[in-house]
Design a protein around this ligand. Structure first.
Ligand code: UD1
Ligand code: CA
Length: 474
């Protein structure tokens, strides 16, 4: 096992580089591979999370295919990215980044493939340490698998010294022998002064017609440099943990990596006294915060910067993102909640839709098929059935009848509906915004309210019922 590394262990002349310009052909997707998500965060986000403890901001990302999409999804990358206009291979990606690394006056760079989301920071720090200690010009992480599959294979001389990395496509058994299962994880530490001349020597005479970063190993060896493979399997790693070091290339591999991560997060929260029922069906993102005593029933999904407090309850089939559930808040099944805040004791669902800006104050209630967007429901106010509350402010203790609609959109702009405290809105009311209803007012069922309703009044805005005798049947 790799011992946990204290922070700031990496000398400040070492920087980081993430290779993330590839298309990810095997994903068969319109977006770049590194934007594919695990538990609501892009693959690339995880790689950056692994680099930050080592380098702070001192790392760069090579972008190419879908660079605009990456920058839109992860805007922070904008300040620290390098473009690889054509994706001519991992070696070419490194060549594109080289002037930037040189300008930063680094002695070494840690290069990480952008499709390795689970890599632990401690393993990266360890590679830096052993490589610096050995004075290696090129070092990389290797791992032993039962089946080397499509990964680059580590070829060693009979004395055990590393000779080269040979890509699966180019692997010739007659030449290299039966593969040992030792593969390249795609994580390298390079000494800039020594690698620079080798970088010019990279060719693309291989089965892919690409410039391979992996050819640096053979070139460094041939130049008489120290080359080091840090084998993370060597000290008896649990085989299921090998996934931490493996690149994600296909939808199936993405799901396997995500499931590994999901399991780890769920058991970590369970260990911190969060009650997860059907824990194998609970999906919790890496930025979510849960308090001991919170309760979640699977299947459910909680993503982004959500926070669920002690005594809050999320029942099954809920989807939650960037939401706050205070103590004792309850979400009944099948509710969809994004950027909403349920204060203490607020209760929503089943089948509630709380959209960005929905605020349910203490003890308020939202029932089935109620949608809220940019709307506040005051303390103990209720909207129990079939209602849309958009751009609305609703005071304490008010009751919103079934089928109420705030008509907030005039085709061009959005307008506010303001409803006071202890108001009673009758069923099937349309409130045509901008409009205000004063405290303690009563609005008759079926009204279309276009003018303000003063406090303590009764408003009726509907056709009067008429009763006529039926025509006799012919
Ligand atoms: C690569 C390694 C292989 C290793 C494996 C580990 C090479 C030639 N092979 O193979 O030895 O076992 O990773 O996971 O490096 N990229 C660019 N620009 C390009 C091409 C790729 O930035 O022109 C980026 C991709 O976005 C990706 C990373 O480099 O994040 C690796 O590329 P990928 O095509 O996935 O390499 P593999 O075939 O998996
Ligand atoms: Ca890969």
């Amino acid at each position: 096992m790799i011992a946990a590394m204290p922070e700031n262990v990496v000398p400040d002349t070492v920087g980081g580089l993430v290779l993330a310009a590839g298309k990810g052909t095997r994903m068969h997707s319109l977006k770049p591979k590194v934007l594919h998500e695990l538990l609501g965060e892009p693959m690339l986000w995880y790689v950056h999370q692994a680099l930050q403890p080592l380098f702070g901001e001192k790392y760069w990302t090579v972008l190419g295919f879908g660079a605009d999409q990456v920058l839109a999804r992860l805007p922070d990358v904008a300040q620290r990215h390098v473009l690889q206009p054509q994706q001519l291979g991992t070696g070419h990606a490194l060549q594109c980044a080289w002037p930037t690394l040189r300008e930063a006056e680094l002695t070494h760079v840690l290069v990480v493939n952008g499709d390795t989301p689970l890599v632990p920071p401690a393993a990266l720090a360890n590679l830096v340490h052993v490589a610096l200690e050995a004075g290696a010009s090129v070092a990389f992480l290797s791992i032993i698998l039962n089946d080397p599959a499509a990964f680059g294979r580590v070829v060693r001389h009979s004395d055990g010294e590393v000779a080269a990395i040979v890509e699966a496509k180019d692997y010739d058994r007659a030449k290299y022998g039966y593969p040992t299962g030792e593969i390249n994880a795609g994580i390298y530490l390079l000494q800039l002064d020594l690698v620079e001349p080798l970088l010019q020597q990279l060719g693309n005479n291989n089965r892919s017609g690409e410039y391979y970063i992996t050819d640096l190993i053979g070139l460094a060896k041939a130049a008489g440099h120290t080359v080091l493979a840090e084998n993370v399997s060597a000290e008896g790693m649990d085989p299921q943990d090998a996934i931490l070091y493996l690149g994600v290339n296909s939808p199936a591999e993405l799901v396997t990596a995500e499931e590994y991560l999901r399991r780890g997060i769920a058991s970590a929260w369970a260990a911190r006294h969060v009650l997860l029922r059907s824990p194998d069906l609970v999906r919790i993102g890496p930025r979510v915060q849960l308090q001991p005593g919170a309760e979640l029933h699977g299947p459910c999904e909680v993503y982004g910067q959500s926070h669920i407090a002690q005594g809050a309850l999320v029942m099954s089939h809920c989807w939650i993102k960037d939401a706050l559930l205070d103590a004792g808040a309850v979400l009944h099944p099948f509710s969809h909640v994004e950027q909403a805040h349920l204060h203490a004791g607020a209760v929503a669902g089943p089948y509630a839709r709380l959209r960005p800006g929905a605020v349910m104050e203490q003890g308020s209630r939202v029932g089935n098929f109620v949608e809220m967007k940019k709307a506040r429901l005051g303390p103990h106010a209720k909207a129990s059935h079939l209602t849309y509350l958009g751009d609305a402010d609703i005071g304490a203790g008010t009751n919103i009848g079934a089928g109420t609609i705030t008509c907030n959109y005039d085709g061009t702009r959005k307008h506010l509906t303001k409803i006071g405290e202890h108001v009673f809105i009758g069923s099937n009311t349309a409130l045509v915004a901008p409009v205000q209803v004063g405290d303690r007012a009563l609005v008759g069922a079926g009204s279309v309210i276009t003018d303000d309703v003063p406090e303590d009044t009764l408003a009726l805005a509907r056709g009067r019922q008429v009763i006529k005798s039926k025509k006799p049947a012919p």
